[in-house]
Design a binder for this molecule. Structure first.
Ligand SMILES: [Zn+2]
Length: 358
């Protein structure tokens, strides 16, 4: 069992502070305008070198999401050529900050194009790109002529790029919202993806506001959308990859609203929340204090943090005191009863629920 590395898609101004606010071990962010062509820039005070150093000393892994306007697959020269340039600039700057990867959407060709055009364009892009950091191609929710919406297309995409010289620098980012809205069932999806790509480098753990195969890309907090939380967690567990949550809300999050937690009240007291049992007979009043987790499943997010339900116990301070849970972090409830947190509090050993997930 290994530790689950998890974090959110955060504001680029200070991804380290954002990670700290969530007690997360990674941050994903944009470099510059996600909708613009201007080229990447580092918003962090002190620039790339300072961000790199801060990430190392904080133990936070950085992931860069490439701008949405990028489409290296398209047959439209006026988009494809600047896309390649912008992607290279993004990869270069990601290397400067020491990022673990650059996430880029699979893109699409024009409605009437033969999709093979798009796969050929991807191959050329990969051949020419100086991949100083791994490039992680993400599945997308929409587009009838998308390169990475359906598995059949992802298969052809991987075929196209797999015999390029640096194909091992190209990885895969699996987004659960996009898979669901794109028309791929989450159950067993990790195995089906691995059969094609041989790797999943990152999971985007998001719920979807829209129906299966709707083609719409609207993320929701896990448990608030149309995807079974169990299915999201199954992907997280089976993929064994770092997780980014790209869901609405900030570091403050919100208390879980799943049935087992309905009567829980949480008060933000700065870095932590005090969890208050609803009555003396509430089983949540007496959480045991050792970490002993089994059967973990994701049920809820607070803001852009994820939550797990599991049988077992974790982070109870003492049997008779209310459990303290960090507010700006990942919530869980234990056996439908107590609340806990799967991410580490400062100073806590890296054991417990984190270790039980992956
Ligand atoms: Zn995503």
């Amino acid at each position: 069992m290994s530790k689950l590395s998890i974090g959110g898609h955060v504001d680029q101004l200070d991804p380290i502070a954002e990670a700290r606010a969530r007690e997360a071990t990674l941050s994903q962010f944009f470099l510059g305008d996600p909708q613009g062509w201007k080229g990447p820039k580092v918003a962090f005070v002190g620039g790339a070198a300072a961000l790199r150093a801060a990430a190392v000393s904080a133990g936070v892994d950085l992931y860069v999401h490439a701008p949405y306007v990028l489409n290296v697959a398209t047959s439209n020269n006026r988009i494809r050529i600047p896309s390649r340039k912008l992607l290279q600039q993004t990869v270069d700057m990601a290397a400067e900050i020491g990022a673990r990867g650059v996430i880029v959407h699979g893109g699409h060709v024009l409605k009437t194009d033969d999709p093979q055009l798009g796969f050929d364009n991807w191959r050329k892009c990969v051949e020419r790109l100086d991949m100083r950091v791994p490039l992680l191609i993400e599945n997308t929710a929409g587009g009838d002529n998308a390169m990475a919406r359906r598995l059949e297309r992802i298969d052809r995409l991987w075929d196209a790029i797999s015999d390029t010289e640096y194909a091992d620098r190209v990885g895969f980012c699996l987004d659960t919202c996009h898979a669901h809205a794109g028309g791929e069932q989450l159950v067993g999806l990790v195995d089906r993806v691995l059969a094609i790509t041989g790797r999943i480098d990152l999971v985007h753990a998001n719920d979807s506001r829209d129906a299966f195969d709707s083609g719409a890309d609207r993320h929701a907090n896990v448990g608030d959308g149309k995807i079974s939380p169990d299915d999201v967690l199954a992907v997280v567990r089976e993929a064994s990859a770092p997780v980014v949550v790209e869901t609405p809300g900030g570091a403050e999050g919100k208390p879980p609203t799943s049935p087992g937690c309905a009567s829980t009240s949480m008060t933000d007291t700065g870095q932590r929340c005090t969890w208050a049992p609803s009555s003396e007979n509430d089983p949540r009043a007496a959480p045991p204090n050792d970490a002993n987790i089994e059967d973990a499943r994701l049920v809820q997010t607070g803001g852009d943090s994820a939550a797990l339900v599991y049988r077992g116990t974790a982070y109870g301070d003492a049997a008779t005191r209310p459990l303290l849970v960090p507010c700006r972090s990942v919530y869980v409830h234990v056996g439908g009863a107590a609340l806990a947190c799967i991410s580490r509090r400062p100073g806590d050993p890296a054991t417990g629920p984190e270790a039980a997930v992956a």
